[in-house]
Design a protein around this ligand. Sequence first.
Ligand SMILES: O=C(O)CCC(=O)C(=O)O
Length: 223
Amino acid sequence: MTVDSGTAAELRSAFAQDGYVVVRDFVPEPVLAEIRARAAEVVRSQPNAGGKFTNVTKGLEKSDHYFDDLLNSGSHVPVLEMLMGRKPEPTTASFFTKSEHREQIHPHADALEGGVIWIALDEANRENGCLHFLKGSHLRQEEFSHLDAGTPTDLSDHPDAVEIRMSPGDIVFFRPNTVHWSGPNQSGTERRGFNCFYVGDPFRHLTEEQRIALKKKRQQASA
Ligand SMILES: O=C(O)CCC(=O)C(=O)O
């Protein structure tokens, strides 16, 4: 998909104000089919690569060059660059499945700067645990800094909460500091999404000592 200058200005303004913007029908079905098949193969070969989340597989680009290409030069990259106003710094590509009730990602922000994309591989709706965003929360970081993806926080009645229903091929571009979450899947069928993070090295501000401590903490958490 190409974005004309009128649309680009609208998308940029929504991204700046709301902290996210959805573009419908962005990825064609043959590409979706390839992502689904290749991601499933990575999951088969390395289950539980998402640490504490059993339904998240990170680092797809390390297992399959196809994901490395998508992360670095997928058709979403120039659009994200236009939205961010600077070159996205690729971090990792991930596969988010959701087939069970307990597989929830609670409200959280991912990083302070950069960009993220999430592509729907299936229909995503309230029943099967679609994404939700807290509109404009990227501009009020302090207020939400306590949130953690693994800890339940009910923001469903928050006046800025927005439910993002998506069809396969729809993409959402968002700021990593826009609060987002996905609820339980009550549908009995799988809800899959493909995500790319562009936050560079999220630990670049840490000292070597802090990096080692963090690595240890993560290993303990995923053990
Ligand atoms: O797919 C999901 O359920 C959650 C996605 C998410 O938290 C993210 O893309 O950062």
